[in-house]
Design a protein around this ligand. Structure first.
Ligand code: NDP
Length: 331
């Protein structure tokens, strides 16, 4: 078996020497244990900021969809597919009945997915899907005709938020980092307007696309783009802060202009969240997301990188914007 360990602390954008590929001896299976083989592995932005708390030598943490290839556990027979935070490893021996206090270590059988590729368990019908579903609906509480802005709009979470907002009858504006992504959002996902935040003038784009202001902002990126959006909010606007990826690799954090007067005079509500707030409702989110996908109301895209050895490259590429939709490694 092979695994990647966290070999050197990140400074700025991750590099290949932050990771080391190691061979791992696996133990014999005891009663209750299963041996699983990774099929699809997830690379996610949280791995960058969360690494601050990881000792060097830690196996890189992360989700995977795996197949049970040997089993001493009747609930997980050979051939079953599961999703769990097994880390950046090709094979794992684990007893899924031993419940960890850490939600990150939960192991569950993959739900029935019809024609969908099992990798959706790491994306639209998994943690990012639930982040979009609960993080947007519970915090922004969108109403029909609300104007919704999404940053990181062509990514795993953002692309779903925009489509959920359309289902709820909102007008949706997205910001993403390439012209191809902008085209995908407008032409295929039904966003009313999208902009390349690297090329557009933020203030005039917002004025043009939302002449009457913004009611809801789903923020994946933080930084100057978010300042511009928050400055363009309507009274009683709601802001769901999902992530701040524009700042994760900062080595010298920069100050951005403040928006406190707008927060007060427009009576805005801004709330951050971590997805495990809704752990008890994950089934609801996953069922709704997979229903919408199978009804054709939500379109999904994944960017697949082939080969377990390419985990670090896929992670770096994702942080640089190389993915459209969910970034996945096919083992
Ligand atoms: P994405 O699929 O959106 O991938 C990351 C994207 O971030 C890249 O494709 C890139 O797209 C964009 N990006 C990179 N650098 C910058 C920058 N400087 N400014 C703006 N955008 C940038 O990842 P996810 O959908 O998985 O995650 C999106 C956000 O949500 C992250 O901040 C993540 O930490 C957060 N998150 C939070 C959760 C929670 O529980 N709170 C759960 C899941 C995710 P582009 O080409 O557009 O620049």
């Amino acid at each position: 078996a092979k695994k990647f360990v966290f070999a050197k602390r990140f400074h700025g954008l991750p590099q290949h020497d932050n990771f080391s590929l190691e061979v791992e001896e696996l133990p014999e299976l005891k009663t209750g244990d299963i041996l699983c083989e990774a099929l699809y592995l997830s690379v996610d932005p949280y791995m960058r900021p969360y690494s601050l708390g990881w000792p060097l030598g830690t196996t890189m943490k992360g989700g995977q969809v795996a197949k049970v290839i040997d089993s001493k556990n009747d609930k997980f027979p050979i051939g079953s597919l599961l999703v769990g935070y097994l880390g950046w490893r090709t094979h794992t021996v684990i007893n899924p009945d031993i419940k960890s206090k850490n939600f990150m270590e939960e192991i569950t059988l993959l739900p029935e997915l019809g024609q969908l590729c099992p990798s959706v368990g790491l994306g639209a019908v998994g943690m990012p899907g639930n982040s979009a579903y609960f993080g947007f609906l519970e915090i922004c509480k969108p109403k029909p005709n609300d104007v919704v802005v999404v940053s990181g709009a062509a990514g795993a979470v953002g692309s779903l938020v925009g489509q959920i907002a359309k289902i709820k009858g909102c007008r949706v504006i997205g910001f993403a980092g390439t012209n191809d992504k902008v085209k995908w959002l407008e032409d295929e996902l039904g966003f009313d307007r999208a902009f390349n935040y690297k090329e557009c003038d933020l203030k005039s784009s917002l004025k043009e696309a939302a002449p009457n202001g913004v009611d809801c902002y789903f923020d994946n990126v933080g930084g100057p783009l978010s300042v511009a959006v928050r400055s363009h909010m309507n009274d009683f606007g709601r802001i769901s802060v999902c992530g701040a990826i524009s700042l994760y690799n900062d080595t010298t954090p920069t100050l951005v202009p403040c928006v406190e007067p707008a927060m007060v005079f427009k009576q805005l509500k801004m709330e951050g969240f971590l997805i495990h707030r809704w752990t008890g409702r994950f089934q609801e989110g996953m069922t709704q997301m997979s229903t919408w996908i199978q009804e054709g109301k939500i379109k999904i895209k994944e960017t697949h990188t082939e080969g377990f050895e390419n985990m670090p490259q896929a992670f770096i590429d994702m942080l640089k914007g190389g993915n459209t939709g969910k970034a996945i490694v096919k083992a």
